[in-house]
Ligand binder design. Structure first.
Ligand code: ATP
Length: 300
């Protein structure tokens, strides 16, 4: 029942805000300052723990995908095409309503596309048995709620049979070891409304650890929009980059620090793909991307 409620929670799209106005120099400078601030923080030593080692990452292709939520609704995707290679970090960016969450909904087969082809791991998405497909995918929702219970229960929610060693590795991989040490009863500490409140960045890392324990071949991550302090933002960025070394990560990015790290960025607008590139190439080539960068992506 809880899993069903979580899925329902996911289905309600967040109310976003549109990017207002044009690029403002001040915002651009503020974004640059923030990136510099994060860059200057000491990086944590890499931890070769391999939380999802052994899984075979899968790629994704969208070819001329057409989708609408209902016959009487406007078309959301009109001929969307892009490719996510297996392994590595691909970011989806674009203003609110561009269709980023719809891409996730189609990949999870909450909805079926009406035209074109979607493949995962080279196989038509319609040919995947649903259980197998959902087992291959991990999903980390935006601003994930912490469940009532202990931190251990939160982490093992979707992977009851994970070993203590796997749990430990997922904790280290998501930089939650500091948190575990700080909590009065470690993993057995109650968190959430009736326990220790976790910050937005910690909540998202708990959600990533929970997803990793299911050993996903493709991780769909709707990045937290809550304001993170510089340390938490750095942690999140490191965690996402490291997870992308082991499996395929497709992230709906709301942070400049994530997209500057991405192997490729798909810029969406009004249900279509407007440009694909890296941060460096898109800043030079794409006006909308430049505008989003200047507002730090925190637009939805
Ligand atoms: P945001 O960043 O605000 O989440 P997004 O880029 O993820 O935006 P989507 O949520 O995919 O965009 O929405 C794309 C379009 O589809 C929007 O016009 C939205 O109103 C519409 N839409 C999204 N979900 C539904 C739904 N369940 N039923 C009908 N229309 C929907």
């Amino acid at each position: 029942l809880i899993a069903f409620l979580l899925y329902l929670f996911y289905l309600v799209p967040p109310i976003g805000q549109l990017v207002q106005g044009g690029v403002q120099l001040q915002q651009g400078l503020a974004a640059m300052k923030r990136i510099n601030e994060i860059e200057s923080l000491p990086a944590e030593p890499a931890t070769p723990v391999g939380a999802v080692a052994g899984v075979e990452p899968v790629g994704v292709t969208f070819e001329d995908v057409v989708f609408r939520y209902g016959d009487d609704r406007p078309i959301v995707h009109a001929g969307v095409s892009f490719e996510v290679p297996p392994g590595g970090l691909t970011a989806l960016v674009g203003p609110s309503g561009a269709g980023k969450s719809t891409v996730f909904g189609l990949l999870e087969r909450f909805y079926d596309h009406q035209g074109g082809t979607i493949t995962i791991g080279g196989r038509d998405i319609r040919d995947w048995p649903l259980g197998e497909l959902r087992a291959a995918l991990g999903y980390v929702e935006q601003d994930a709620p912490v469940l009532a219970g202990t931190l251990r229960e939160n982490l093992l929610f979707a992977a009851q049979d994970a070993t203590e060693d796997e749990l430990r590795r997922a904790i280290v991989r998501t930089r939650l070891d500091d948190l575990v040490e700080r909590l009065p009863e470690g993993l057995e500490t109650a968190v959430g409304h009736r326990g220790v409140l976790l910050s937005g960045g910690e909540r998202q890392r708990v959600a990533i650890a929970r997803a990793l324990l299911r050993r996903p071949r493709l991780l769909l991550l709707d990045e937290a929009t809550s304001q993170l302090d510089a340390v938490n933002e750095l942690r999140l960025r490191e965690v996402i980059a490291e997870v992308a070394e082991e499996t395929t990560v497709l992230v709906i990015a709301h942070r400049l620090s994530t997209v500057t790290n991405a192997d490729r960025i798909v810029v969406m607008e009004a249900g279509g793909v407007r440009a694909v590139g890296t941060h460096g190439s898109l800043v030079g080539d794409d006006d909308l991307y430049r505008e989003l960068a200047a507002t730090q992506f925190l637009v939805s």
